[in-house]
Design a protein around this ligand. Structure first.
Ligand code: ZN
Length: 474
């Protein structure tokens, strides 16, 4: 690890533009390091992701920002646990006065989140169209409808991962399946102590499905034969204090969070075939240059430009999050432990995949914005002469697919700048630094900076559009 650290220090110490200009070369130097093979795809929970975090912290410190993480530093530790599987999961049902063992594979399969022991949980049936019972970690929800129906009900309640309940049961085949051994580990969770941690999701079939349909099951006790082992993980957090304006000194109490996620998918596991890289040779590393080193590089340069300029009216919080690819885990942790209370956070402006031009909005140097009709911001940016396009792919639901949406679910305006055109290198080992267009990135990043400044200067006041807002408040 030492040689990596040396590289990181040399890169941070390399000369860069002293003024507030965002340049293609400045952006490229961040991408060349963060998306290099040395960082092994920056998977959350690995030493290489922590090395990336160290580089980001050094860049922000050098740019003159203050730490907003633990103990005034730049890192905010995120307590995450890796699931270590030690045996075959078991499930015991309480049927009247007797107990029935159900077998992994034959009667149930783990659909999401292998967990250690949980239960006994009271089984509650949820009709196809709802309603959901009040959130209660002692309940196992037995969804009568399809998986799609179940997800829709949970999403509509702002609980897409099932958080707040003890177990999610989805109906599978009516016949018994084949016995199965231990599950494969690999998911990360926020840990046993976290009451909001997502529950285990099971697909039930055969005799177990029958017993549920007949309403015979009182309780279920699940033991995933797992242990949770802590892994290293951290968000990178920095701030530029707000100074208010002469007319509105109170703006100094408000904050704007500028964010991007620095984690990615890591490497292809050893027991799977290596896909072909850009040169046709086997390649195991998901470099994630566009996703989302491009956004991180943009935020670093925006932060540097803001720190070099006059003090912002509103406080600027820089959040470079981990755990996005694992289910917005880093941002969720930030929202539980924000640098500025969420009641005083007026907006999250997120940057995701701006490394390549999108011809559908005019190509190089152009940027689009998710959730264009959710708030007053897109219209206000354009009215102020900062040209930002509407998200051209509403069917893809990008508004709900990045860290900004975790803010929305907590009641804070959150939207994402992007220039992703749906290219085939997305989540593939071919998402490499060589494929990015750095001149485009510089143009796009300057637009992001101008838009951010409109909010941090107090020129714009973010507001929900009429009838819009977080799902539970509509
Ligand atoms: Zn991403």
């Amino acid at each position: 690890m030492r040689s990596f650290l040396l590289i990181a220090c040399l890169l941070v110490a390399a000369p860069s533009a002293d003024d507030a200009t965002i340049t293609a070369a400045g952006l490229e130097s961040h991408v060349r390091f963060l998306a290099s093979d040395a960082l092994q795809g920056r998977e959350t929970g690995t030493a290489e992701a922590m090395l990336a975090a160290g580089y980001l912290a050094a860049c922000l410190e050098r740019a003159g920002l203050q730490g907003a993480g633990d103990d005034g530093g730049f890192l905010q530790r995120v307590p995450l646990y890796e699931t270590v599987v030690s045996g075959t999961p078991t499930l015991v049902g309480e049927l009247g006065a007797r107990f029935q063992d159900y077998a992994h594979g034959e009667h149930f399969a783990i659909y999401r989140n292998p967990a250690s022991k949980t239960g006994p949980l009271h089984v509650v049936r949820v009709p196809e169209a709802g309603p959901l019972p009040e959130p209660d970690a002692a309940l196992a929800l037995d969804f009568e409808g399809s998986r799609g129906d179940a997800r829709e009900l949970l999403e509509a309640a702002g609980r897409g991962d099932g958080s707040g309940y003890g177990m999610i049961l989805l109906r599978g085949a009516s016949s018994d399946g084949k016995p199965r051994g231990p599950v494969r580990a690999g998911s990360l969770s926020r840990g046993e102590a976290d009451a909001t941690a997502a529950p285990v999701w099971l697909v039930v079939r055969g005799a177990l499905r029958e017993a549920l349909e007949a309403g015979q099951l009182k309780t279920l006790t699940f033991d995933g034969a797992c242990e949770l082992a802590p892994v290293p993980a951290a968000n990178v957090l920095a701030r530029i204090p707000g100074v208010g304006t002469p007319e509105h000194p109170e703006l100094a109490e408000q904050a704007v969070v500028i964010s991007a996620h620095y984690d990615h998918l890591g490497v292809v596991p050893k027991d799977r075939d290596a896909p072909r890289g850009a040169d046709g040779e086997p390649d195991r590393i998901f470099n994630g240059a566009d996703d989302d080193v491009s956004g991180v590089a943009c935020v670093l340069e925006v932060a540097r430009a803001l720190a070099a300029g006059p003090g912002p009216a509103r406080e600027v919080v820089i959040l470079l999050a981990t755990g996005e690819e694992k289910g917005l885990l880093g941002t969720d942790h930030y929202l539980d432990h924000p640098a500025v209370p969420l009641e005083r956070t007026v907006a999250n402006l997120n940057v995701e995949m701006i490394g390549r031009a999108d011809a559908s909005i005019g190509g190089a140097g152009q940027v689009w914005y998710t959730g264009p009709d959710e708030t007053n911001l897109l219209e206000a940016f354009n009215a102020a002469g900062v040209h930002v396009s509407r998200d051209p792919y509403p069917d893809q639901n990008y508004y709900k697919r990045s860290d900004n949406y975790a803010f929305v679910l907590r009641g804070v305006i959150g939207q994402t700048f992007s220039t992703y055109d749906g290219h085939a290198d997305y989540h593939s080992v071919t998402d490499e630094a060589d494929t990015l267009d750095y001149a485009h990135m510089a143009g796009a990043s300057r637009i992001v900076l101008d838009a951010v400044r409109l909010v941090t200067s107090g020129a714009l006041d973010p507001a929900w559009a009429e009838g819009k807002g977080p799902p539970e408040r509509r």
